[in-house]
Design a protein around this ligand. Sequence first.
Ligand SMILES: Nc1ncnc2c1ncn2[C@@H]1O[C@H](COP(=O)(O)OP(=O)(O)OP(=O)(O)O)[C@@H](O)[C@H]1O
Ligand SMILES: [Mg+2]
Length: 258
Amino acid sequence: METDWAIESENLTRAFGDVRAVDDVNLRVRWGSFYGFLGPNGAGKSTTIKMLTGLLEPTSGSMRILGESVRQDQEQLAIKKRIGVVPENLGLFDNLTAREYLTFVGRMYLMPVDTIQQRSEDLLSVLGLQDEHKKLTLEYSHGMKKKLSLAAALLPNPDLLFLDEPFEGVDAVTSRAIRDILSDFVARGSTVFLTSHVLEIVERLCTDVGIIAHGKLIEQGPLDELKQDGSLESLFLQRVGNHEETRVEVSWLKDRAV
Ligand SMILES: Nc1ncnc2c1ncn2[C@@H]1O[C@H](COP(=O)(O)OP(=O)(O)OP(=O)(O)O)[C@@H](O)[C@H]1O
Ligand SMILES: [Mg+2]
């Protein structure tokens, strides 16, 4: 192993004006782990992923990905070739079909055309997109776009996969297919870093979790150790502020004049 960690950040910070969206975050993601990055809306998850994948410059702090320091002044193609990303906005091109898009991505990774074709067929078929020959991405539904973005991230068989909300907006059959693919992927020694609000899925899949709130990483480690005998949901609710797990009511929603 090159280092102890597949992803390591030191005081990683990103400010937008006065708001520190990500605030002194020290991530430690083990090689071969399935790391769930959790937090309420606006906590800083997507901003963290964007910095780790080179889509956004940090305000301060440093990162090591796959044992290599990430520096903003360098292209660092060697690392980029080893990671796959499903970003928040999915990063697709409107005017390409799925096969055209996957071919484009594969060529960017310098993959041979026949490998791209064979892997594309496999991925499109596993994700249920094999019959969408003629549709352009702009004609895709939200869930179809998400699947295509995942196919593109998996295509180069990366060592490390970053997924921002891979289960959001996909149907139950696809969710199951994605879970199976990702479990196999990690079982073969690759590392997954994902964000998700679906705690049941995270609890079933992930080996490690990190919880972020208001830009601060407030908990991180192996899932079993963190949740002890409780559920991930109760750990999450405790850590992000709803200590008593009290029911929240909006009383006027019940008022009905009959
Ligand atoms: N481009 C931007 N300009 C200004 N503020 C931003 C920008 N991107 C994010 N923010 C702010 O940074 C904070 C963190 O946002 P981020 O998108 O990282 O949250 P998140 O944890 O991914 O939330 P969600 O679960 O809703 O996806 C929020 O306060 C958000 O308003
Ligand atoms: Mg987000």
